[in-house]
Design a protein around this ligand. Sequence first.
Ligand code: ZN
Ligand code: ZN
Ligand code: ZN
Length: 113
Amino acid sequence: MRLFRRSADPSGGESTQSSSAGARCDELGTIGVDANDDPAPRDRPDVCEECTQLGEHHWSHLRMCLTCGHIGCCDSSPRRHATEHFEETGHPVMRSAEPGEVWRWCYVHEFMG
Ligand SMILES: [Zn+2]
Ligand SMILES: [Zn+2]
Ligand SMILES: [Zn+2]
């Protein structure tokens, strides 16, 4: 009599167990999922308006707030207006405003998606 016990199939079963590793980001599941729903950029999408008002013309990259369309410069820039916008408004998700870049970033969970 032979007993085959296939408790662990390395080829991968249909386990629905979810490994609860790490925090989930609700914002990235709801904001900016469909790029067609993104707000129109509030300002010119190719400059950081706050930098130009300060007479600062050197920034690294631009980010757009997906709540209100604010354009701000990234953390590699001297003024970091995108992060400042989050700290002032609590708008959690921005995306890259650079041509060809489509990633999003949640400030709350520091989560990219
Ligand atoms: Zn989040
Ligand atoms: Zn700026
Ligand atoms: Zn905003």
